[in-house]
Design a protein around this ligand. Sequence first.
Ligand SMILES: Cc1cc2nc3c(=O)[nH]c(=O)nc-3n(C[C@H](O)[C@H](O)[C@H](O)COP(=O)(O)OP(=O)(O)OC[C@H]3O[C@@H](n4cnc5c(N)ncnc54)[C@H](O)[C@@H]3O)c2cc1C
Length: 392
Amino acid sequence: MKIAISGAGVAGPTLAYWLCRGGHEPTLIERAPRFRTGGYLIDFWGVGYRVAQRMGLEPAIRAAGYQLESLRSVDVDGRTLASLPVDGFRRAARGELVSVARGDLAATVYDAIRNDVETIFDDSITAMHERSDGVSVSFAHNTTRDFDLVVGADGLHSNVRRLAFTQNPAIEHYLGCLVAAAVVDDYQPRDDLVYVTFSRPGRSVARFSLRDNRTLFLFVFRSDQRDDPLGLDQRKALLWREFGDAGWECKQILAAVDAVDDLYFDTVSQIRMDRWSRGRVALVGDAAACVSLLAGEGTGLAMAGAYVLAGELMCAHGDYRRAFSAYEKHLRRFVEGKQQGAGKLLPVFATETELGIRIRHLVMRAMSFRPLFDLIVSRTLRDDIELPDYPM
Ligand SMILES: Cc1cc2nc3c(=O)[nH]c(=O)nc-3n(C[C@H](O)[C@H](O)[C@H](O)COP(=O)(O)OP(=O)(O)OC[C@H]3O[C@@H](n4cnc5c(N)ncnc54)[C@H](O)[C@@H]3O)c2cc1C
């Protein structure tokens, strides 16, 4: 089948890879003018890690990533308030854990297909007309084309979801936070392989030293207003309002971020839908069921979703209805469990009160006690799902 995939993030290229293995002909459509790299740091483990192993990508992802040594929480003067070694997380994940920039992970997947799959950059689907034998797809820039199926892998604010499903604001569940991330050059100080976080009530900023003298910053803050301020300058101004007087290195960090053009900025939300497909259109990854950054496993779930969707399409021999239904049946309960777990983690990312921050530091220190750590973390990191074996 000819299958249009909107979005060349993580889910899109993974799906394209497995569809090719199943004998289909995918076309990726990406809104950005070129492949998006960099971005924020993600922890990658679990079911997605197993998909990456099946794709033979584990060595490349590990080479692009980092083996963190510790998480450190600091006060206004940069003194350590609590520190937690990361080796316990690695132990719980049986070594199958790596921290990697989202874009670098996506690029590793994309490299595996870039020569085999047509990618249309700088374009977006504007309309889809479904017929009994296919879907006619219109683009913002290219001419209309026919496909057998369309898959929306275009993230939290999915375009395909908006076009194919009745727009229902209840689908997006805002979790009360905004998030921003940026990478800057030549920032000092550096703390290699340490994830340093500074928290004030309702907000936190983290810095992580990347290779090539680059540093990544992540801001998370509570906001009643979910509407995204329009331009880059307004977004930077909002960060100054939230963090300018917070203390620690915040002023220096904000000044460094002022110099960048590429600022990631978004709401922290989940996507909860009754169904992940309609007719010849299906959704995968964040587009179908974004778990949010709080769950910390969105990329893995996106890759697992792509793998299962391609596998079921292969097994169904063209019966896409059967395939879509089996894909959803395999994953829905698992993904919903991750979404519920994520909601409970909001106090960790943007702790609301000073007392809450102190309690969080006490918990971090207590977790240095190995039996307690193993009890809490191994349960959190465990993925209770078997990846099906497909003949692809
Ligand atoms: C700050 C932060 C931290 C996170 N931490 C982790 C973590 O530690 N571990 C983890 O596993 N996950 C983490 N996540 C979640 C993870 O990044 C996502 O779940 C994952 O990227 C989802 O992949 P995706 O391919 O579905 O969507 P995306 O990666 O968002 O890709 C969507 C693609 O679609 C494109 N697109 C959008 N609109 C259109 C359009 N109209 N037409 C064509 N293309 C379009 C976009 O440009 C993009 O390339 C984090 C997320 C955030 C925001």
